[in-house]
Write a protein that binds this ligand. Sequence first.
Ligand code: SAH
Length: 243
Amino acid sequence: MIRLFVSDDLKAGAPIAPGMDASRYLIAVMRLAIGSEVALFNGRDGEWRATVVDADKRRCRLTVGSRIRVQETGPDLTLVVALVKRGRLETIVEKAAELGVARVQPVLTRRTNADKANVERLQAIAVEAAEQTGRLDVPEILPPVKLDKLLDSWDASRRLMFCDETGGAPVLEALSGVEGGPWAILIGPEGGFAPEETERLRGLEYATVVSLGPRILRADTAAISAMTLWQVALGDWLSASTT
Ligand code: SAH
């Protein structure tokens, strides 16, 4: 069944009018007709069956039926990633959504040359990945901030897995016996972190410095590898919501 993310509240009988793009996707691309069923989720109310009740070339309307899945939440994991080239950043966001992060925070570092990210487009990529991957929430894409500023206001109860190609313990070793809870993974730019940045990061009491192996990885590979290893160490769990 096609899964579609919507912003509307979902409850039995609710009418849903998807936007133009979603309507076009359902009707023109997926060839749904009146009576066809889709699955809807909004990140809050679980997943619901819905039926197409009206459709023309541009817009369609759905009616929500019964709930198929209760809402569940994944780990509280943030991917903090330096702005890299657009294509690679888009890959990173897609893979982060697939691998279950809760949010992506792009950062500007001394050696990032890009200073902007198309947050709206990245968010759309995250939505699409969430739809196809079966998760019930969509990772939030935050607007880029400077690394220093981010660290200045960091909540120390969130641990930071600093991926440092200049040396650190292997991830599974570094995280063994460590508690879950709020975490973040930090991946630097293609040029690496500047020495003063590395020094600050290594000195943070909430940081765990890790190595992803003896090879220098590109930022996208490093991000995928780091997220996978973090999930292996601290559990790729889902908790059902009580509501
Ligand atoms: N300084 C590098 C490349 C940086 S790779 C150079 O020689 O140009 C981009 C980012 O990926 C790094 O900042 C780091 O966060 C991560 N990374 C790549 N390989 C890694 C490894 N083997 N261990 C830990 N982190 C790694």
